[in-house]
Write a protein that binds this ligand. Structure first.
Ligand code: 7PJ
Length: 279
């Protein structure tokens, strides 16, 4: 069973764990700027921690489809004070960024994990993580956030995503980042049409065959809207169902906005899985 090495932390994945989303962006599609200032983001993060988040994922760069790029100085200004405050309180903090400069600053400020939607694809991102003892989540994306939802296309989405992740894992290992620090993620909604997202969810167990913990991030995503007709702030139940479908296929980390709801669902899931009835 997996134990994730994230800086000084050892996170057992014997049960699925919850990563709470902390946006420090004025333009994130689901938080709409209400968390724009560091104090508000810290308060929100501590609430998620209280609700049972195991990891707090702090991001200052919106990656929603069509989102504008954020200059590195702005992202540093948003993210570093929040990381520092949360790590200082003993929280397990992940930094959601694609920029090596932000990775380095956040790791110095106490982040124990890097969550990169580019899977350390930016020049020197591998080096930035290799120079630390942080964990890293490697996510698949087709194209870039500006254009990725225009015409996603795959011959076999599951095979292609799995191969991409296997290649990035090999690159990490070659750079000196050991497997105990790695998490893989199919990147739901990142250059994927509904059929691609559903195929990846249905066959998530095939990604788990890579022998690394799989993270699923489906919270509030447009796929849930397409299936339920719900607006972005009404997708909590759909999100819980989608994440449990992921857990049933081997997901060990769940990246969510609605931590309390996910915790309740996992309380039931774990009780059923761990029931000792002699059968
Ligand atoms: C994901 C992410 C995801 C990982 C975002 C949103 C868009 N990081 N960052 N996996 N999604 N690892 O939260 O809707 O699915 S930003």
């Amino acid at each position: 069973m997996f134990v994730l090495h994230a800086g000084p932390h050892r996170l057992s994945l014997a049960r699925p764990i919850v990563m709470g989303i902390v946006n420090v962006t004025p333009d994130s599609f689901s938080d709409g700027g209400r968390l724009a200032d560091a104090q508000a983001a810290i308060g929100h993060a501590l609430k998620l921690q209280e609700e049972g988040a195991d990891i707090l994922d702090v991001g200052g760069e919106s990656t929603r489809p069509g989102a504008a790029k954020v200059p590195v100085a702005d992202e540093l200004r948003r993210v570093v004070p929040v990381v520092e405050a949360l790590a200082g309180r003993g929280c397990v903090v992940s930094v959601d960024t694609t920029k090596p400069e932000v990775m380095r600053a956040a790791l110095s400020a106490g982040a124990a994990m890097v969550n990169d939607v580019m899977a350390l694809g930016a020049p020197s991102a591998l080096d930035a993580v290799a120079a630390s003892d942080a964990a890293v989540c490697l996510m698949h994306m087709q194209g870039d956030p500006q254009s990725m939802q225009q015409a996603p296309a795959y011959a076999d989405v599951v095979v292609e995503v799995k191969q991409f992740l296997a290649d990035r894992v090999a690159a990490c290992e070659a750079a000196g980042i050991s497997r105990e620090r790695l998490v893989i993620d199919p990147g739901f909604g990142f250059g994927k049409a509904l059929e691609h997202n559903l195929a990846l969810l249905r066959h998530l167990d095939r990604l788990a065959e890579l022998g690394l913990p799989v993270l699923a991030g489906l919270s509030r995503k447009s796929m849930l809207g397409a299936l339920t007709g719900r607006a972005v702030d009404r997708r909590e139940f759909a999100g819980v169902a989608a994440h449990l479908a992921a857990v049933a296929r081997g997901a060990r980390l769940l990246r969510v906005h609605d931590v309390a709801a996910m915790r309740d669902a996992l309380a039931i899931w774990n009780a059923v899985e761990e029931q000792q009835d002699g059968t």
